[in-house]
Design a protein around this ligand. Sequence first.
Ligand SMILES: [Zn+2]
Length: 98
Amino acid sequence: MKKQQVVVRRDGSSRRSSSSTSSSVVRTVRYGECQKNHAANIGGYAVDGCREFMASGEEGTAEALTCAACGCHRNFHRREVQTEVVCEYTPPNNSYQQ
Ligand SMILES: [Zn+2]
């Protein structure tokens, strides 16, 4: 039986009790190349070569799910999810000068 180890990472900077660090995760979804097989009905395989999804309309409309370059639905494009961790550091003395 193996015990599970919990690793606590510490950064070198000294922390002050009055300061706070908050981090939030930002997820960005983008759509890559089109993978629709245009020759499926004739038993072949051919993609249109579209490299990146470009919405042909505004977000919230049906056009936003259609690629402006190749006219395919967004589902045919390769989905890429990028996760970004954003750390916000609030200094102990908040003095905003305007
Ligand atoms: Zn396409």
